[in-house]
Design a binder for this molecule. Structure first.
Ligand SMILES: [Zn+2]
Ligand SMILES: [Zn+2]
Length: 415
């Protein structure tokens, strides 16, 4: 906002200059007689995109970023479901972390210590397939605490979040053993899983720092999927996981400031472009998921300040069909989402933009000093493997000398 004011006052100054001096050259940059700010040849205009790490978040503001809007089948343009919610009180929440989304989160340049809370709507890989990437990559780049994950219980223990994450952690045994004694160990501790009853209807599953998060059941594939309702500072944000349209969403997502709900590819495009059989396209596109017309009907029921549709491949030749179908049942505010869309939400305004990201992004600064690892925890190579080392000590030693000198250390090469 500050920047906006500076730009306006800059334009105002030039407008005065044009009046006083009556210079024809300046008037060619103004809209004479309209009273509208003129376009300066030197001053930057207001941006219509979001550049990560360039804007403060106001104390009463929410910022929502689409870090994945696509499908289980990976594509460069769209990661699978992932939504980053930042609050003006400093809290940040990740809702779903589908395949490919960790790099979108990285592009937001947020210190990883602040990205320690993940809420999973269900256990399809397009909703949690990049959890391992955030877990390991985040710990390596500054998350110095365990990753906390909230997710639904199973109808059997094996179909619950805790089972999935305990086994994911076990699957990372080799990865984690190899890091012991080399880097700050704190981020690699087991996931801290909070499993809540998937049948809970608008029950509180999280309450900290003025933020309340509730869950409602969803109807998708099997029992267990859920959706989330976040309330903070008189703002209501709803994240709908995959579902057939359901009565809980219709009741509890009502009057949301922002309501995300899945909206599947139109059946003709599933057949033509995704090569589904007509039978599968109908079942998947209208019964397991929400068809665009049904998405529109749900939004007409709940009347959000902004409806957000996701879970379709959004291209020049599919978006119009989705939009047209939604518009047969809904005429309110609508965002057909794609990766890197950004919503700034306050009581007075919802601003929708796209983020322009730096693909060469490096990890953001750590918020705490790293803890030095205990080298005695390192697991050694076997004699046979260690014996295969080619002697490179002489060419590596200068790097040790340089680093030891610069930082006053006495580090030595491995034997
Ligand atoms: Zn799913
Ligand atoms: Zn899905």
């Amino acid at each position: 906002m500050k920047r906006d004011r500076i730009l306006l006052s800059g334009a105002g100054f030039l407008a005065c200059a044009a009046l006083i001096w009556g210079l024809g050259i300046l008037s060619s940059y103004s809209k004479a007689g309209t009273g509208e700010p003129m376009v300066s040849p030197t001053d930057a205009r207001e941006r219509d995109f979001y550049a990560p790490n360039s804007e403060d978040l106001a104390p009463d503001e929410m910022r929502l970023i689409a870090c994945g809007t696509g499908m289980p089948t990976a594509r460069p343009k769209q990661a699978a479901s992932c939504w980053l919610l930042e609050l003006g009180n400093g809290d940040k929440f990740v809702f779903d972390i589908g395949t490919g989304s960790a790099e979108r989160i990285a592009a937001m340049q947020i210190p990883y210590n602040y990205l320690d809370r993940v809420f999973l709507s269900h256990l399809h890989t397009d909703h949690f397939g990049d959890l391992d990437a955030l877990f390991v990559g985040g710990a390596l780049a500054g998350r110095q605490k365990p990753l906390r994950v909230w997710g639904p219980s199973g109808d059997t223990p094996e179909r619950g979040t805790k089972y999935a994450l305990d086994h994911l952690y076990k699957a990372l045994t080799w990865d984690l053993d190899g890091r012991a004694g080399i880097t700050d160990p704190r981020g690699y501790q087991p996931f801290e899983v909070t499993e809540f009853d998937y049948r809970g209807v608008n029950k509180i599953i999280y309450q900290e720092n003025g933020v309340t998060i509730r869950s409602i059941p969803a109807i998708h594939s099997l029992d267990v999927p859920v959706s989330f309702i976040v309330e903070w500072n008189d703002l209501k944000f709803v994240f709908g996981g995959d579902t057939y349209p359901n009565k809980w969403y219709a009741q509890y997502a009502k009057d949301a400031d922002v309501a995300i709900h899945e909206c599947f590819i139109a059946v003709p495009d599933m057949i033509k472009k995704f090569q589904f059989t007509p039978q599968s396209a109908l079942a998947v596109g209208t019964q397991i998921h929400t068809a665009p017309e049904a998405f529109g009907k749900m939004m007409s029921i709940i009347q959000p300040r902004m409806a957000v549709a996701y879970h379709f491949f959004k291209d020049f030749d599919t978006a119009a069909s989705i939009n047209d179908r939604i518009r047969t049942t809904y005429d309110g505010p609508l965002s057909l989402s794609e990766d890197y869309m950004v919503w700034n939400i306050t009581k007075d305004n919802i601003r929708v933009r796209r983020a322009i990201v730096d693909e060469d992004v490096w990890p953001p600064p750590a918020t705490e000093k790293p803890q030095l690892p205990d080298p005695s925890l390192r697991i050694p190579y076997s004699e046979m493997i260690a014996g295969g080392k080619y002697d490179m000590k002489d060419v590596i030693q200068p790097t040790y000398d340089e680093t030891n000198k610069k930082y006053g250390l006495n580090e030595k090469q491995d034997d």
